[in-house]
Design a protein around this ligand. Structure first.
Ligand SMILES: [Zn+2]
Length: 64
């Protein structure tokens, strides 16, 4: 279980805005840019390269 106060300690590594945690404590989402970050074993993976876009990219872009 991730303490609720975690979201007061961590910020988005890309835009440095606050992050919000989801209901089941598996993801953090930036309130500004919308990037999502996984929480693995209670540890948020706050790496720009690990960010998941909330918006979908055009199909095929990830296949490059
Ligand atoms: Zn952000």
């Amino acid at each position: 279980m991730v303490p609720a106060r975690l979201t007061q300690l961590v910020v988005c590594p890309i835009c440095h805005a606050k992050l919000r945690i989801n209901e089941d404590f598996t993801k953090l989402r930036c309130i500004q840019c919308g990037k999502r970050y996984r929480i693995t074993d209670g540890i948020p993976v706050l790496l720009p390269g690990a960010a998941e876009e909330t918006l979908n990219f055009p199909a095929g872009l990830s296949d490059l």
